[in-house]
Design a protein around this ligand. Structure first.
Ligand SMILES: [Fe+2]
Ligand SMILES: [Fe+2]
Length: 221
């Protein structure tokens, strides 16, 4: 995958946006502030940070930085609601992950957002909603934009450092986007296992799909 580097070999610079795109980013950030800044100030800061991280990852890896920025701004929109409310809305929307809803409550917000928010922001393309939908679960066929948002969510600079996060951060610009995603995705699984949490079977299915397709980047044993 192509990397964009400046003459000094550093990371790509800021993207050049049209007036429309700048206005839209502004509009989304204002809407997010109205929705989240008071209720969840840390989540709000995280969302803006994911958006900037996703934008720069997109610049490095040849995804669309504008779509990455928009997806980052909105990705945790539905986390303002508590788990009970999210479960209620998921039921109403007919979202069924094949297991008891409370077991996957923390995976619902991306899926709910992808169903509910297009009505509010109809100007945004389907690619943005897909990336938002997949940012909690991953998928067997992640697009570059999907991967950029997934990775950005895990490594944005406000996220407290862990050895796993530092390892992924250090790979940016050196490893391929596939490798970066694989590191983030499997790091999330390892975290679930190490902390004795419930592992959503869909995650295991996605892991196996990658493994069997031979798409895992380092061709492990
Ligand atoms: Fe999220
Ligand atoms: Fe997030």
């Amino acid at each position: 995958m192509g990397k964009h580097r400046d003459k000094k070999g550093g990371m790509a610079k800021s993207p050049v946006y049209t007036k429309y795109q700048l206005d839209e980013i502004d509009r989304l950030e204002t809407a997010l502030a109205d929705h989240m800044e008071q209720a969840k100030p840390r989540r709000y800061a995280h969302s803006l940070s994911v958006a900037k991280t996703a934008e720069s990852l997109a610049m490095v890896y040849g995804a669309d930085p504008y779509q990455a920025r928009c997806a980052g701004i909105l990705h945790d929109w539905c986390k303002v609601a508590n788990n009970e409310e999210q479960m209620r809305r998921a039921s109403e929307l007919g979202i069924d992950l094949g297991v008891e809803m409370r077991l996957v409550a923390n995976l619902l917000h991306g899926i709910i957002a992808a169903r509910e928010l297009p009505a509010r922001f109809p100007e945004l393309p389907a690619e943005v909603w897909q990336a938002i939908e997949r940012h909690t679960t991953g998928a067997a066929d992640m697009s570059p934009l999907d991967m950029v948002l997934f990775v950005a969510d895990g490594i944005e600079p406000l996220r407290p450092s862990t050895p796993g996060i530092e390892k992924t951060r250090a790979m940016v610009g050196k490893a391929s986007l596939d490798e970066l995603y694989w590191e983030s995705f499997t790091g999330g699984i390892v975290y679930v296992l190490e902390t004795g949490r419930y592992l959503y079977p869909g995650t295991l299915e996605i892991y196996n799909a990658h493994a069997l397709a031979g798409t895992k980047p380092r061709g492990g044993v």
